[in-house]
Design a protein around this ligand. Sequence first.
Ligand SMILES: [Zn+2]
Length: 373
Amino acid sequence: MVAVCLNINSMKKLFLLMLGALSLNCVQAQRKTQNIIIVTLDGLRWQEVFRGADSALIASKFTEDKDGVKKKYWAASSAERRKTLMPFLWSEINKQGQIYGNRDLGNKDEVANPYRFSYPGYNEIFTGFPDKRMNTNDPITNPNMNVLEFINKQKGYQGKVVAFASWERFPQILNAKRSGLPIYSGYADVKNADANERIKYLNELQDNVPHYLGDSTRLDFISFEYTKEYIKQYKPKVVYLGFDETDDMAHEGNYSAYLDRTRQEDGYIKALWNMVQNTPGYKGNTTLLITCDHGRGEQPVETWRSHGEDVKGSEQTWFAVLGPDTPPTGEITTATTTYHKQLAQTISLLLGFDFKKSAGHEVGDAIETVIKK
Ligand SMILES: [Zn+2]
């Protein structure tokens, strides 16, 4: 007989509480994302993403076969050029998702860390914290909690988070020891005893293909193939796929290979997206986030090869989102600045979890425009 004992004030409070619980449930019920795929293209500039191939770089010593590159990637307008370079991004994602960072339109996306190279960049994306201590690409274990580790602890997500990356540094960046996440980066094999024949074949293949990028970075197509096969067999709910070759080709000073890798990886992402749309459990409830870890220089032209604290413009980045909770506004034209330290909380909120509250360190606020009200 509890209700009889409640006075009017308590009843009011109870009613408000129930209303609050109801509206919270509504917010969660409205959100459709249950799976997230995060893809990074290391050091791919916003300049190519939004303008397509760069005439100054094609004309420079960094492009050997100028006619060949023009034939493949040149068109009169930047709208045509970027679509030639990244057809999936500029058709499907531009129509149904969002693309941030076109500075030509006044929309800016940046890394907040001052270092502008890989480890600090990935640390910022996954921990939401541009921690000044993370100023190295060395195998230093990251003390900060990351959003993948956090999601892996949530109900329904345990054992359902996985990372594949071409660069070998991710067990440290994502603190594999503490997080317990399966992280297959560099030339790491998938050692699961029940792994299917195709995964076992990839374990064999990656040893035998030429290690053009040295022994610390495998070729991106291997990371891509692993990711596909792993999704088919194990049905993870959160997948990170880290490509590397765009950065490698730029450091090499090979502009044509940089463009080739960009176009092919746009195709990998398209294939991955189409695959999950046809895989039970993923259709209509999966969000795709694509971004990079840092920008590169623009002026003078040779600074394209590099990035870092001293390279002007290498804080300038971009990101794209496609999914059932993201308004299909396409290329963002508002004069706003987003930061990569905001991506971790954005990823978390898309799944209905509050990473910022539990991270134990500073975390950037979610990017509200990514998530439908
Ligand atoms: Zn680099």
